[in-house]
Design a protein around this ligand. Structure first.
Ligand code: COA
Length: 169
């Protein structure tokens, strides 16, 4: 059975290994070897150790092995990776839902992501729209956003009932 839990610093090495594996096996088809190497360098165990303190990380596990991870901070999805042999089983959707709930709880109503080429269709399926294409040191990414609009409506502040349009005398 797939487990979904908050990740801790002890998971950093396994999250790094998973992410590097997915980049080399899945994302590599859309990027140059240099861009792939650059991305793998970035997602080191030290990267995950340092970011875990300031972002929300979730891990998906199967038989105690980390087979997916996702992170959110400063209004952005920073990572969302599922093991290449387990795509299409709803794990990415569950991780994304965890991040959206975390955003909801933090009263963040717009979430951003710099999507990989491979994941663009996935984010579109879950209501993200494309703002533009960016070309940085990791290659092409799509700047995407999603509004958690229902939440905005619930959270909109109301005037207290005692407030009246007439000035007090
Ligand atoms: C993107 C990713 C996280 C999706 O994870 P996943 O577990 O395969 O996705 P799910 O099985 O939860 O998919 C949920 C739905 O999205 C659809 N979907 C998944 N990937 C899709 C894609 N690339 N394009 C269009 N639809 C996609 C699925 O078909 C499924 O639809 P359904 O509910 O109608 O069957 C995964 O493919 C991945 O790790 N990709 C490589 C790493 C990457 O690029 N990450 C994004 C970094 S920004």
């Amino acid at each position: 059975m797939i487990g979904l839990d908050v990740a801790s610093v002890e998971d950093a090495a396994a999250m790094s290994a998973l992410t590097r594996h997915v980049i080399r096996v899945v994302n590599a088809k859309d990027y140059t070897p240099q861009e792939v190497d650059h991305a793998c360098e970035k997602f080191s165990p030290e990267y995950f150790e340092s970011k875990i303190a300031c972002r929300i990380f979730y891990k998906a596990t199967l038989a105690d092995e980390i087979i997916g991870q996702a992170s959110f901070g400063d209004g952005k999805i920073h990572t969302l990776f599922v093991h290449s042999q387990l795509h299409g089983q709803g794990i990415g959707a569950k991780l994304l839902a965890k991040l959206e709930i975390a955003a909801f709880d933090a009263k963040i109503f717009k979430i951003l992501v710099a999507s990989s080429v491979a994941a663009k269709g996935f984010y579109e399926k879950f209501g993200f729209s494309t703002l533009g294409i960016e070309n940085g040191p990791f290659g092409v990414t799509f700047a995407m956003e999603k509004f958690l609009g229902v939440i905005t409506a619930i959270e909109r502040p109301r005037l207290p009932s005692s407030t009246s349009a007439k000035p007090r005398r």
